[in-house]
Write a protein that binds this ligand. Structure first.
Ligand code: AMP
Length: 592
């Protein structure tokens, strides 16, 4: 999010109003109205310490966002607060900064507990706390979530932690077995409360609330306010200050929503066309099931895309790495199920594709909210089968915006997309000098030498270099626009036949690995329902290898053979031994 947008200075984008969420007269007492044109005064008027002001300045934050401005005064006074706001508004800092400032020194037990619906969000919030606490290096922040090592969490808690951020289930486990002492807790935050409700955590949250000291501050943030959340807030919060940041307009305007009607058998082809015509930066593709994530990922990988999968079968440590790779740009496309992608916050997502219709309107809003972040614009494309078209209205209502119909991109659009991307890459290349200056000098010398030897103009040289970068395949599609469905049908048939041939081929001795590759045996196979995509995802995640560098994969009943680049370091090999895929250790060994 740009500073300008966080501040609400772009009048057509941020519609800020701070209003009551209940009609109670007490609540109105605390109602404030902030105009988006209010002159900015930075962070200095809220009573923050110099250390925090310095940290914020170092992070490049010059002014509080609207939600921060509204929340800081009440939270600094220790009041309860209900905030209706989505991610991207700066809500994490809205609660993290005041709560950090109110920590008391010398206490051994945790003072702040944040509950978040997913591990990813818990980790992000914990990272934000750590970053904002940079001026107080002695402060300890711990993220606790299922799927990560229990014992190391217990020993960290024993050593003393000030802020705990966790998922409800794991927090409850620690409280039950006495490893998380909440007797000294001063503040509890429920972050993305509606998500916790949707994910079935509400009983756990209530149990936790019931165990906390009487005198404590409770802060509740939620993107939507279903009645269950209102009930929770009435029951457990005392005279809360209430803030609503209406971002629906903002989200709607930043995200262009479109839908494509496409029969089920043609979805994969349509998906590839959409990516080819409109895909650019990061893309998240949502599917209904884990199995579909794999099918989609395998197809896209085969077409040369950098793809990663995020589903419930992907182990936690690998999920974190996958998100990191997406953030860093070493993966461009993430194929995910809803559960695995909750709370995912990556700025560079330019497009969300709903490959399968989401379960309901709220799921849709959450999915498309993964794009259009950090002040950027985003695209959301929804695939609907002809029968599903009647549900589009619900989604439009939920997002508060029309979903425009869109055609499956034809070859003209695809070719334009390819030219646009080439244009962008070329422009970027001209603006980014190579990291290694010696290398740059050598390349320039090489150009000069070839230019002189062959008497070529600089344009001729540039053209040759561009052609080299594009590679031998044609840049543009040649065949007519309308034949994609026929091609696709034919391809489906061919694929079936190829599949049969592949089955038969498996009976024959397999060809040896390529020269630069080593063949490995791993102990997962058809009996574990493993698919090549699982192995590629797991191995790429663990080793950091790009998916396309992973060679041939052959799956047998009880084991599989995987070709990997030669020279794998021993520690990587050892890590791979214990890596679990489809719930089974790989137990990797070299195959002869
Ligand atoms: P959140 O809504 O908490 O997910 O925050 C959205 C993004 O805005 C995060 O990347 C924050 O680091 C960033 N951010 C939060 N507050 C500010 C601020 N006052 N100025 C600039 N960036 C901010």
């Amino acid at each position: 999010m740009t500073e300008q947008q966080l501040r609400g200075e772009t009048p057509c984008v941020v519609d800020l109003s701070v209003s009551t969420l209940t009609e109670s007269p007490e609540a109105e007492l605390f109602t404030t109205t902030i105009e988006s044109t209010t002159p900015e005064s930075g962070f200095s008027g809220f009573g923050f310490s110099d250390a925090l002001l310095k940290t914020l300045a170092d992070k490049g934050y010059t002014d509080p966002s609207p939600i921060q401005k509204a929340a800081f005064p009440d939270l600094m006074l220790g009041r309860d607060l209900v905030g209706q706001a989505q991610t991207g508004t700066g809500k994490t800092a809205a609660f993290a900064l005041p709560l950090l400032e109110r920590l008391q020194s010398g206490q051994k037990t945790p003072q702040v507990l944040v509950l978040a619906p997913t591990r990813e969000l818990a980790m992000q919030v914990a990272d934000s706390f750590k970053a904002y606490a940079a001026g107080h290096p002695h402060l300890k922040v711990l993220a606790v979530y299922g799927g990560s090592d229990f014992r190391s969490q217990i020993s960290a808690l024993r050593r003393g932690v000030d802020v705990v951020v966790g998922t409800p289930g794991r927090v409850m486990d620690h409280m039950r077995q006495g490893t998380l002492d909440t007797s000294g807790l001063r503040s509890l935050v429920l972050d993305e409360a509606d998500e916790m409700l949707r994910m079935g955590f509400i009983d756990d949250v209530e149990w936790i609330l019931g165990q906390l000291p009487e005198e404590r501050q409770v802060v509740l943030f939620s993107a939507t306010m279903p009645s269950e959340i209102r009930r929770l807030s009435k029951r457990y919060l005392k005279d809360p200050a209430e803030i609503t940041i209406r971002t629906k307009d903002q989200e709607g305007r930043r995200i262009r929503q479109r839908s494509i009607t496409v029969p089920m058998p043609h979805k994969l082809e349509a998906l590839q066309r959409v990516l080819d015509a409109c895909g650019g930066e990061g893309v998240i593709i949502f599917t209904r099931t884990k199995a579909i994530t794999l099918t989609v990922a395998e197809t896209l990988e085969a077409a040369g895309h950098q793809v990663a999968v995020l589903n419930g079968d992907v182990p936690q440590n690998q999920r974190e790495r996958t998100v990191e790779r997406l953030r860093a740009g070493s993966v461009d496309i993430l194929v995910a199920t809803d559960v695995a992608a909750r709370g995912l916050d990556v700025d560079r997502i330019g497009m969300v594709i709903n490959y399968d219709m989401p379960f309901d309107g709220e799921a849709y809003v959450h999915r498309i909210g993964r794009t259009g972040r950090a002040g950027r614009t985003g695209e959301a494309v929804l695939f609907v089968t002809p029968r599903e078209r009647r549900f589009i209205n619900n989604l439009e209502r939920a997002s508060g915006q029309p979903i425009e119909p869109m055609e499956v991109p034809g070859n003209t659009a695809i070719n334009q997309g390819r030219l646009d991307r080439l244009h962008k890459r070329l422009v970027e290349a001209t603006q980014q000098p190579r990291a290694n200056a010696d290398e740059e000098a050598l390349l320039q010398e090489l150009l000069q030498r070839i230019g002189t030897e062959l008497e070529l103009s600089s344009e001729q040289l540039a053209y040759a270099a561009l052609s080299l970068a594009i590679g031998p395949d044609p840049l543009l599609r040649q065949q007519g626009d309308d034949d994609w469905i026929h091609n696709n049908q034919r391809r489906d048939r061919d694929r079936g036949e190829r599949g049969d041939r592949r089955e038969r081929r498996n009976d024959r001795p397999s060809r040896p690995p390529e020269d630069n590759m080593q063949r490995y045996r791993v102990e997962v196979g058809h009996r574990d329902r493993v698919k090549p995509g699982n192995l590629v995802g797991a191995i790429a995640g663990e080793t950091g290898l790009q998916g396309r560098l992973i060679g041939r994969i052959q799956i047998f009943d009880n084991h599989s053979l995987v070709d990997l680049p030669k020279g794998m370091p021993e520690d990587v090999f050892n890590n791979l031994r214990s890596l679990r895929v489809m719930n089974r250790e790989l137990q990797i060994t070299t195959a002869t």
